[in-house]
Design a protein around this ligand. Structure first.
Ligand code: SF4
Length: 166
């Protein structure tokens, strides 16, 4: 496995699907204060819902919420109501990065507010898609200016909202 992923974090993979402008701003170290109620709720969920089970894993820009060793299963906890493409590729990227290190596991996204969970594994096709995503991210980040605003509903919940629309 060729390490194309070096320096690409799971957050960047997530932002690639959410908004290319957000990806560019974040990757160029333009950060905004993160104090919305949603973020606080997310932090609370992380602290309380999984407090007993948690054993966070962190390496090279990857932060996995917790790992169930006996099931060879990593978990990502999300506060949203729906399974989003960005969540799916974020957890698949974790699986990809772990595979690069010789660790083959499955992943599960937990939606505690909905009492839902969904399991994922990494296929050969997924690996090709991830390589394409990494290549696209690198191209976006080479651009001298941030991509255009997307004017979507999600902008109102984005930490860059004031930066983009003030
Ligand atoms: S406010 Fe909207 S356009 Fe601006 S970075 Fe966030 S999601 Fe992208």
């Amino acid at each position: 496995m060729d390490k194309q992923s070096i320096f690409i974090t799971a957050t960047q993979i997530n932002y690639f699907f959410v908004c290319k402008r957000k990806l560019w701003l974040f990757s160029h170290n333009i950060t905004m204060e993160h104090n919305s109620e949603l973020v606080e709720l997310g932090n609370l969920l992380h602290q309380e819902s999984y407090a007993k089970k948690r054993k966070e894993i962190e390496f090279d820009g990857i932060k996995i919420d917790f790992f169930e060793k006996n099931k060879a299963l990593i978990h990502e906890v999300k506060k949203s109501k729906a399974i989003e493409k960005s969540h799916v590729w974020q957890i698949k990227y974790y699986l990809y990065r772990l595979k690069e290190l010789g660790v083959e596991v499955e992943g599960e996204i937990d939606y505690p507010l909905q009492r839902k969970k969904e399991k994922f594994s990494l296929t050969d096709k997924d690996e090709k898609v991830i390589l394409n995503i990494i290549a696209e991210i690198k191209l976006i980040l080479k651009e001298p200016f941030a991509p255009q605003k997307i004017d979507q509903k999600i902008c109102k919940k984005c930490s860059y909202y004031e930066f983009c629309y003030a």
